[in-house]
Design a protein around this ligand. Sequence first.
Ligand SMILES: Cc1cc2nc3c(=O)[nH]c(=O)nc-3n(C[C@H](O)[C@H](O)[C@H](O)COP(=O)(O)OP(=O)(O)OC[C@H]3O[C@@H](n4cnc5c(N)ncnc54)[C@H](O)[C@@H]3O)c2cc1C
Length: 397
Amino acid sequence: MEKFTTAVIGGGAAGLVCAARLQGDGIVLFEKLVRVGKKLSATGNGQGNISNAEVENATYFSVADGGTTLAKRIIGEYGRDSFVDYIHMLGGLCICDERGRIYPASRQASSITDLLRREVAAHGVDVRLGTEVRAIKKTEGGFLLTVSSSGEERRCFAENVVLCAGGKAAKNFGTDGAGYGLAKSLGHTVTPVYPSLVQLKADTRWTKTLKGIRAQDCDVRVLVDGDEVLALSGDVIFTEYGVSGDAIFRLSAYIASSLEKDVRLLLDFAPTVDEATLRDFLADKQARLGGEELLCGVVNNQIGRAILRRYGEEGGDVAALVKRFDVRVTGSLGFDYAQVTKGGVPTVEVDENLQSKKVKGLYLAGEILDVDGQCGGFNLQWAYASACKVAAAIDKK
Ligand SMILES: Cc1cc2nc3c(=O)[nH]c(=O)nc-3n(C[C@H](O)[C@H](O)[C@H](O)COP(=O)(O)OP(=O)(O)OC[C@H]3O[C@@H](n4cnc5c(N)ncnc54)[C@H](O)[C@@H]3O)c2cc1C
């Protein structure tokens, strides 16, 4: 039977970083897909938004208690500069855009995968592609792994196991939630999980005619059961099923676990003018020019017509509809379309080095843990930081 010092399960962002940073011999990386970093290579619309200038002040989420604090502490140790320096050390340069998003200067996410793949090879890591870890059993001094490759099952032994099998989002990248089963088989629990960074389904009664229309730099307020939980600005795109666009992606991280509740988006299509001024302007315009094209030149023409149609049926006040257009959220497009999983293995079940408190020698890193970030490079930063933490802890042993 083959024996290894450390088996890294999952050749995604966290697994690659962990394998590349582990010192010494006997390291194996199992990836069930035929190539490593498939998801990493698709991140940031293929450009690889790996971190963010604001990462140290960012909000991280968790379903169970403890994830946010743990993420902050570990990212405090392995933050943006650490990640950028590491990429530099591997031979890549990073750039920061006007919104603080950090990318490889190549603007190719695949180049981050290439740099990591090269480093993993240079460290002599044994990379087993197309090899799925089916079962892990704790044994004397380590773990017995059952791995499957080309329809054939084999057993191997590893002193340490790093579980970086990702979450449940975007299963076409190898992540269908099966990693949670491996964690559970070793005594861990998993919180409820929710799709995050995802398009939202909504009541389209008033927006049916707006399919494909983008409301640019829209101010969006988010109400859950009547309480405002968030306000942000960005693009909102109306779709057949509801709403998409960068503002929607960003706010989905805050409400992913609240979609059973009454969630409303209040869209402000004219954020540069206050409601009273707009009301006066529209009253004057109506008196001078009539009401037919009242919103022409004020908001996007199609949005203007949708507002006037709603006003025609619901009554009320046109200025209020422009400033507070209410969209009722009815769900999300789900895990297949989500970029990230909210929830996972609770962080109270790992120690400060991300070693399992249930099974010695088992470590967890990346999205499989109950930590998720906002849109903008925060999730790859977590994958990097948590993987660095684990590699350092194993090396210290
Ligand atoms: C389309 C898309 C775009 C994104 N863009 C960004 C972005 O720009 N910035 C950002 O910060 N985040 C982005 N994300 C999120 C980010 O990619 C993830 O949070 C991050 O990749 C998680 O890293 P991970 O290593 O924990 O898991 P993953 O990268 O998901 O890797 C897990 C790996 O484990 C493998 N695996 C699973 N089970 C087994 C098993 N039993 N045996 C062997 N292998 C197994 C899988 O095949 C997979 O390769 C994006 C996500 C998607 C889907």
